[in-house]
Design a protein around this ligand. Structure first.
Ligand code: SAM
Length: 275
């Protein structure tokens, strides 16, 4: 049912502060679920089920769905949607996903995340899921177009978000969505991305904490050339920062956004030999 009519029936007004833009186009919902390539044995974590339009589709394609929704006003809407289709394999949890211990909630990995994410906390949710002890096998996410472009960027346009996501997963742009597929319409364009997580990091790093210390230092001084960024960011002398770049075969005049994942890893390896 159309989300506008459904919510009106229940006397609920959408909250902009919670990123409540509901998908009203059945084809788009089908495409997102198809992109997840779910197996009948899969468990799915859905973040922000809203009125349940995607939840019911996921429940038909997977063995079990755990849906975490912050807005408890939506509970009767969700329960009615599940009852109408006689679906009994969905567990609803009314909580803030950022306060949920995902590793214990999804105790039997692997699992798949499918979410039409609230834009205001996309980066925080990504970190929460990718850094969790039990990482999902795959994530299919509807995000702001600009975020989708950053997640799938190549060297030249990389950001801290790009490196963080691509350290954990292989990203793929599934497609752009027009604002008209939502009600109410969001002010920005959206896109669907799929992230297939790696069992082990795709590059050779001394340890994850050191890798991200070096990456964060490089991006902290974005407009600076790398030799200056490292001298300030990881507590090396200018001379040692120059040696670190030389050991990693990286031109000291380059800027953070031009480096590949492999080059960041080479820098992290060089850093541990100097500290
Ligand atoms: N999945 C539905 C759909 O596709 O129509 C709704 C998507 S809407 C963009 C985002 C949903 O996330 C809303 O239902 C909102 O209440 C919920 N939400 C917002 N912040 C949340 C949080 N911190 N934890 C869990 N759910 C949240």
């Amino acid at each position: 049912m159309n989300p506008k009519l459904l919510l009106e029936d229940h006397g609920i007004a959408p909250k902009k502060s919670l990123g409540q833009n509901f998908l009203q186009d059945p084809n788009t919902l089908d495409k997102i679920v198809a992109a997840a390539e779910l197996l009948p044995t899969d468990t799915v974590l859905e973040i922000g089920p809203g009125t349940g339009a995607m939840t019911t589709r996921l429940a038909k394609a997977a063995e079990r769905v755990v849906a975490v929704e912050i807005d408890s006003r939506l509970e009767p809407v969700l329960r009615a949607a599940l009852a109408a289709e006689r679906l009994s394999n969905v567990s609803l949890l009314f909580a803030d996903i950022l306060q949920v211990n995902v590793a214990s909630l999804m105790a039997d990995p692997p699992y798949v995340v499918v979410a039409n994410l609230p834009y205001y906390i996309t980066s925080a949710i990504l970190r929460h899921l990718l850094e969790a002890r039990h990482r999902p096998r795959r994530l299919v996410l509807m995000v702001q177009l600009e975020v989708a472009e950053r997640l799938t960027a190549a060297p030249g346009d990389m950001s801290l978000l790009t490196v963080s996501a691509q350290f954990y997963a292989k990203p793929q742009m599934i497609g752009r969505l027009k604002p008209s597929v939502f009600w109410p319409r969001p002010d920005v364009d959206s896109a669907v991305v799929r992230l297939d997580t790696y069992a082990a990091p795709p590059v050779d790093v001394p340890d994850v904490a050191t890798f991200f210390k070096v990456v964060r230092a490089g991006f902290a001084q974005k407009r600076k050339q790398l030799k200056n960024a490292f001298a300030e960011g990881v507590g090396l002398s200018h001379a040692d920062a120059a040696i670190m770049l030389e050991l990693a075969s990286i031109d000291p005049k380059r800027r953070a956004e031009t480096l590949s994942l492999g080059e960041w890893a080479a820098l992290a390896r060089a850093f541990v030999t100097l500290r």
